[in-house]
Ligand binder design. Sequence first.
Ligand code: NAP
Length: 210
Amino acid sequence: MYAMKILVLGSTGMLGSRIVSELEHRGHQVARGVRPGSGSPGTEVDPRAPASVAAAAAGHDAVVNALGRGTHGDVRVVAEAAVPLLTGLAAAGCPRLLVVGGAGSLVDRDGRRVIDGPEFPDEWKPASQAQIDALDAYRGYDGPVEWTYLSPSDVIEPGRRTGRVELGGDRLLRGEDGTSYVSAEDYAVALVDELENPAHPRRRFTVRSR
Ligand SMILES: NC(=O)c1ccc[n+]([C@@H]2O[C@H](COP(=O)([O-])OP(=O)(O)OC[C@H]3O[C@@H](n4cnc5c(N)ncnc54)[C@H](OP(=O)(O)O)[C@@H]3O)[C@@H](O)[C@H]2O)c1
């Protein structure tokens, strides 16, 4: 595997930081995208501004969008940045966008979307809906950038990097005991696997830890 040049947006986040670690562990060259004015070390990128995205993405093999709530509680950023990111990457000639997605749009065993299930907490709905809106934007895109959207399991949190993952499509994955779980480290493994060996161009897929 040749070393890729990857820009990671949201590099200071729970998932973004683990994706940076996984990429560096595999010998890839990583640029850390950080919020303008945050003072965090890295490349400042405004993800809602195509020109800012294009300037940062130029010369990279792919961009990872690990944006989320962050320190400012900006839950809408994932939806509002979708089209600007695609526009910016296309302008820069950067061919691929890997999106850290949500689980709310996955279909559960009762046939309902996870966000519509009886146990889905109200306080998570705005962030989950923003991710659903983002996925709709990616699915409606017909430009040159090859996007892929990776939904986690229902529960994703820092844990162990087992490297043993199960992949799925549009349905929530559950183990034999009924739990739907992926460690943040195994999520990063699946995302970097997809970067190295693209298997889901212009599609959503999902992952759980075995
Ligand atoms: N079960 C689920 O469905 C599930 C569970 C967890 C997460 N997720 C999804 O995964 C994604 C990442 O989650 P996370 O927990 O890793 O998020 P997080 O820890 O809150 O990190 C979010 C990152 O985005 C950055 N960011 C936010 N707004 C920005 C802006 N306007 N400009 C530049 N950078 C900005 C933050 O920068 P600062 O540090 O400067 O704020 C931070 O690096 C989220 O979109 C979330 O929807 C889904």
